[in-house]
Structure formats: structure tokens, C-alpha cells
Design a protein around this ligand. Structure first.
Ligand code: HEC
Ligand code: HEC
Ligand code: HEC
Ligand code: HEC
Ligand code: HEC
Length: 186
């Protein structure tokens, strides 16, 4: 599998280039339609999700075994902390998101014409935990709960577009990352 191969190559690359971290500039967008959050909401959701999570608190003994009661991100499970962190500098991230994720995963920027705003701005952490999660795909919450953090579901579901979708998963029609269609449609 392609990702497994690059996974090991990446480690070597990081040891050489770990000091060259890239910085994503703040991106400002105007939101032109209803049901869409402003950037302050976006930022506070990300901050809350990361800060309120006990598994993101500093780890004292990194050799401690992790109980397999949750879904683990493969490089975390394999204890390859240094693929994402400078372990000699208080676990500082090697680079910002989304670049860090794109070291191993396909770059959504080159996959899709239109990107979902939190993906474009590198807020992968608003939906995924970088280490582990109780849900598959490292999701922090159920899909509807995630969407509801930034979108007004009452407003959306009472509008014409979504009338009658009942319990359909939002991701049945929308790709959470990006799309070549409008409105992130699959
Ligand atoms: C796939 C990349 C990845 C791997 C592998 C990984 N982490 Fe992380 N880790 C992150 C990200 C992203 C954050 C969130 C940091 C942020 O947003 O500033 C984080 C946060 C942390 C924090 C909190 C740091 C802070 O600034 O608050 C600690 C401590 C930590 N990780 C330890 C570890 C340990 C120990 C391992 C190995 C068992 C590990 N990580 C593996 C990506 C990773
Ligand atoms: C708005 C929420 C959201 C954001 C933000 C988000 N994801 Fe996802 N991601 C999902 C969901 C939901 C899935 C489950 C698969 C699906 O339903 O398409 C997923 C699945 C994945 C997968 C598993 C492969 C797959 O497509 O099923 C990877 C890898 C991934 N995301 C990486 C990322 C990266 C990297 C970022 C940041 C650049 C990111 N995601 C941002 C919601 C999100
Ligand atoms: C060092 C390489 C590496 C980095 C960096 C990395 N990942 Fe992964 N990730 C993997 C591997 C390996 C898998 C397992 C892939 C597979 O099974 O196809 C994976 C799987 C995933 C999955 C799917 C989990 C599931 O349950 O299927 C998600 C979501 C994901 N990664 C998100 C992220 C996000 C978000 C980032 C950035 C914070 C990131 N990854 C950074 C290597 C990496
Ligand atoms: C962290 C905040 C955040 C989360 C979580 C989030 N979104 Fe969004 N979403 C946004 C922002 C901000 C925009 C507006 C972006 C723009 O104007 O291009 C947006 C725009 C959209 C759009 C319209 C895109 C377009 O091009 O017209 C759709 C559809 C969408 N989101 C669906 C979802 C779904 C489905 C989920 C849950 C899987 C979700 N969003 C979760 C922040 C979020
Ligand atoms: C049955 C398919 C379907 C499902 C399920 C669905 N949507 Fe949509 N959604 C659409 C279509 C179609 C559009 C409008 C496309 C257009 O007119 O460009 C849309 C538009 C949107 C927009 C753009 C804002 C707007 O009002 O134009 C957002 C945000 C959005 N959906 C979020 C969600 C969320 C959150 C969920 C889950 C609660 C969801 N959608 C479930 C089909 C769906």
C-alpha cells in the first residue's frame, strides 16, 4: 500500500529536515450564505477540541503501554512520535497542519477543485484526533455532531435543500474534505 511505503521514508526525511517547518498564513474568507460559521467560531471549535482532550496533555512516560480500547492512528500506535513531533523540544509539531498530514496522506488541495474551508485552513483537528479516537477514522464525534459544531443544523434541515433527508448521514451527499462539484457534493 502506497501510504505504508511513504510512512517509513518520511521518518528519514524528517530527521534531516525537521528544522524546516512551514507556516500557513491566516486565511480570511467572507461567508456569503446562511448556515455557515465565521472564522472566530471555527478557531474556538478547534481550540476546544484540542485543549479539552486529556489525551493531548503532555505525556510523562512515553514508553507506557497504550490500552487498546480505542482506535489508534497507525504512526501513533507504532510509537513513531518523531514522525510528527520534535521529541527533543517538548513534542513541538514538526510542521503545521495540513502540511504535516500531507507528508503521508494525499494532498486534498491537488485532489479536489473545491476544498471544505476547515480542510483548506488546516483545521484537520476540528474533526480528527491526531492520535486516537473512540470512533473510526479518528473522528472526535459522530458526523452530525461534527457538522453541527460549525453549521446551524436547524436552519439547514428546515430549509428547502435538505427537506426530507431524515437521518441520512451528511457525508452520504457531501464529501467532508472537498469536491470537484459545488457545495462539496460527491
Ligand atoms: C500523525 C502525527 C502525530 C503522531 C504520530 C503523534 N502525534 Fe502527538 N500530536 C500531533 C498533533 C497534530 C498534536 C496537536 C498539537 C497542536 O495542535 O499544537 C499533538 C499533540 C501532542 C501533545 C501535546 C503537545 C502540545 O503542544 O500540547 C503531546 C504531548 C503529544 N502529541 C505526544 C505524542 C507522543 C508521545 C506520540 C507518540 C506515541 C505522538 N504524540 C505521536 C500529532 C502527532
Ligand atoms: C469537517 C470534518 C473533517 C475535516 C475538517 C477533516 N476531515 Fe478527514 N474525514 C472526515 C470524515 C467524516 C471522514 C470519514 C470518511 C468519509 O465519510 O468520507 C474522514 C476521513 C479521513 C481519512 C480516511 C480516508 C478516507 O477518506 O476515508 C483521512 C486520511 C482524513 N480524513 C484526513 C484528513 C486530513 C489530512 C484533514 C485536514 C487536511 C481532514 N481529514 C479534515 C471529516 C473531516
Ligand atoms: C507519518 C505518517 C502519517 C502522518 C504524518 C499522518 N498520518 Fe494519518 N495515517 C497514517 C497511516 C499509515 C494510516 C493508516 C492508513 C491505512 O490503513 O491505509 C493513517 C490513517 C489515518 C486516518 C484513517 C484512520 C482510520 O480509522 O481508518 C485518518 C483519519 C488520518 N490518518 C488522519 C491524519 C491526520 C488528520 C493527520 C495530520 C494531523 C495525519 N493523519 C498524519 C500515517 C500518517
Ligand atoms: C470547524 C468548522 C466546520 C465543520 C466542523 C464543518 N464545516 Fe462545513 N464549512 C465550514 C466553513 C467555515 C464553511 C464556509 C466555507 C466557504 O465559504 O467556502 C463551510 C462550508 C460548507 C459547505 C458549503 C461549501 C460550498 O462550497 O458551498 C458544505 C456543503 C459543508 N460545509 C458541509 C459540512 C459537513 C457535511 C460537515 C460535517 C461533516 C461540515 N461541513 C463540518 C466550517 C465547518
Ligand atoms: C440527500 C443529499 C444531502 C444530504 C444527506 C445533506 N445535504 Fe447538504 N446539500 C445538499 C444539496 C443538494 C445542497 C445544495 C447544492 C447546491 O444548491 O449547490 C446542499 C447544501 C449544503 C450546504 C451549503 C449551504 C446552503 O444552504 O446552500 C451546507 C452547509 C450543507 N448542505 C450541509 C449539510 C449537512 C450539515 C448535512 C447533514 C445534516 C447535509 N448537508 C446533508 C444535499 C444533501
Amino acid at each position: 500500500m502506497k501510504i505504508k511505503n511513504i510512512y517509513y521514508v518520511i521518518i528519514a526525511i524528517f530527521t534531516v529536515f525537521y528544522s524546516c517547518s512551514s507556516i500557513t498564513g491566516d486565511k480570511v474568507l467572507n461567508f456569503l450564505f446562511d448556515g455557515v460559521p465565521d472564522t472566530d467560531t471555527l478557531k474556538s471549535v478547534v481550540d476546544q477540541n484540542v485543549k479539552s482532550d486529556s489525551s493531548l496533555q503532555p505525556v510523562q512516560n512515553t514508553n507506557k503501554l497504550i490500552k487498546p480500547i480505542i482506535f489508534l492512528h497507525e504512526p501513533y500506535k507504532e510509537r513513531m512520535c518523531e514522525s510528527c513531533h520534535d521529541i527533543k523540544a517538548s513534542y513541538k509539531k514538526l510542521m503545521n497542519l495540513p502540511e504535516l498530514c500531507y507528508e503521508c496522506h494525499d494532498d486534498f488541495q491537488s485532489t479536489y477543485k473545491n476544498l471544505h474551508y476547515p480542510v483548506e485552513s488546516g483545521e484537520c483537528n476540528s474533526c480528527h484526533h491526531p492520535h486516537q479516537a473512540k470512533l473510526t477514522k479518528l473522528l472526535l464525534k459522530s458526523i452530525r455532531e461534527l457538522c453541527a459544531e460549525c453549521h446551524d443544523l436547524n436552519e439547514l434541515l428546515n430549509g428547502d435543500i435538505h427537506s426530507g433527508i431524515d437521518d441520512a448521514e451528511c457525508t452520504e451527499c457531501h464529501n467532508p474534505h472537498g469536491s470537484n462539484e459545488n457545495s462539496l457534493l460527491r
